[in-house]
Design a protein around this ligand. Structure first.
Ligand code: GLN
Length: 425
């Protein structure tokens, strides 16, 4: 029993991307990864709520209402794959599939206390994934354990000729890789000083992170200091690149080809304008406007080209750092799950929540979020992130599996159900 984020097509099930503009659209084909899951015996239970077109970090940007965090119904589940994370955490399914353009698998996994894996760019075909930022988008599993994530990746990974960016790299045996490691001896974990010294980071998140690093050390890992000097530019560069791509990708929703059309107007241009104005939510419209602006003739060099150059340097930094250590270890989100409505008036602050996740997409690398402990003030889960070299999912999963066993069991032990009962009675 599997649930699927509503940005991925499942034959004969509506695909809305949580947008009114796709209301009434039912795809007639399965995404490559859905086809693979079905072939492996999966039953697709339904589609998950999300931020409209995967734009957001809290699932509050959905045209169909906000998803609530199963640990505390007044708090956000994270986003944009918030519905996927909530469905796994609430025990509604064995696993879910989300997409991660700047953190949308890892961040909701962290905020809901489940496991979220963003594979290397190109590891899973994007065929049937409705595009947001095509050069960053990657699907991946949200699960109750690292082992389940390995199982899901095994089924979904591999070449597909319908996606020209899908890799030909052979798919290793991920489950077998888990069996090959029982501690972290011989591994170097790099702590980027820019990830650990962030002023804006919640002290409780910081405490849980330092405990997790101590655990890694006890398991035999060597902890080394590394530096990712462009971290502070990441958010700005990412939002320029992703909005530019989104403005282009979303031009296909014109009221003609899919979903909603405003039939009240008679002129073509009016029909485009009116269908898009009524169909897209505020955040999507904001991003289309900014994206069109940074690509326009007069501003392309100043914004888009500059951001692309920063992206390239960010990637080079990661390659350099991953030459000095096996994995990067760090937080997923500077805060545990916040209250519904707390950040909706401040998009810029919401964008800053992605500071630790989006560099991984800019570099195309694999990253995993695993539950590391509880924030003692909010009583919400906190996730830990491990980042690996391109196509090194097997060793990444193996290391995450060892850490998962040693870290406090918050997600699937008795505690979770007690916490859940307290919320509901
Ligand atoms: N929060 C980020 C954004 O809004 C990431 C979203 C995602 O990964 N889909 O762009």
């Amino acid at each position: 029993p599997i649930t699927i984020k509503d940005v991925i097509t499942v034959k004969d099930m509506p695909a809305t991307c949580a947008s009114k503009i796709l209301e009434g659209f039912t795809p007639f084909y399965d995404a490559h990864l859905v086809q693979r899951l079905k072939e492996a015996g999966a039953i697709i239970l339904g589609k998950n709520n999300m931020d409209e077109f995967a734009m957001g970090s809290s699932t509050e940007n959905s045209a169909y209402g906000t998803t609530r965090n199963p640990w505390n119904k007044d708090r956000v589940p994270g986003g944009s794959s918030g519905g996927s994370a909530a469905s796994v955490t609430a025990g509604q399914c064995f696993a879910s599939v989300g997409t991660d353009t700047g953190g949308s698998i890892r961040q909701p996994a962290s905020l809901c206390g489940c496991v979220g894996l963003k594979p290397t760019y190109g590891r899973i075909s994007r065929y049937g994934m409705i595009a947001y930022g095509s050069s960053l988008d990657q699907a991946g599993p949200l699960t109750r354990s690292v082992k389940d994530a390995a199982l899901m990746l095994q089924v979904m990974a591999g070449h597909d000729e319908r996606d020209s960016t899908c890799s030909q790299e052979p798919v290793p045996d991920y489950l077998a890789a888990l069996g090959e490691r029982s501690d972290l001896k011989g591994l170097k974990l790099g702590m980027p000083k820019e990830f650990w010294g962030q002023e804006g980071m919640d002290p409780e998140v910081s405490r849980v992170m330092h405990q997790a690093v101590d655990t890694a050390r006890e398991l035999g890992a060597e902890i080394v200091d590394v530096s990712l000097p462009l971290t502070d530019y990441g958010v700005a560069a990412y939002y320029i690149v992703v909005m530019a791509e989104a403005s282009s990708n979303l031009s296909r929703f014109d009221g003609v080809r899919y979903g909603q059309r405003d039939k009240e107007v008679s002129e073509l241009i009016d029909m485009y304008t009116s269908s898009r104005t009524k169909g897209f939510g505020d955040e999507v419209q904001r991003r289309i406007m900014i994206g069109s602006y940074v690509l326009s003739a007069g501003y392309y060099d100043a914004y888009y080209r500059k951001a692309s150059q920063i992206r390239r340097l960010m990637r080079d930094n990661f390659v350099d750092v991953l030459g000095q250590c096996d994995f990067i270890i760090g937080p997923v989100s500077p805060f545990a799950a916040w209250e519904i409505g707390e950040l909706t008036e401040d998009p810029l602050k919401m964008y800053l929540m992605d500071i630790f996740t989006l560099p991984v997409n800019m570099a195309g690398l694999p990253g995993i979020s695993i539950p590391a402990g509880m924030d003692a003030n909010t009583h919400m889960p906190v996730g830990l992130q491990l980042i690996g070299k391109a196509f090194a999912e097997a060793p990444l999963l193996a290391a995450a599996n060892v850490l998962e066993q040693a870290l406090p069991d918050l997600a699937w032990g008795e505690d979770r159900f007690d916490a859940f009962k307290l919320q509901t009675t």
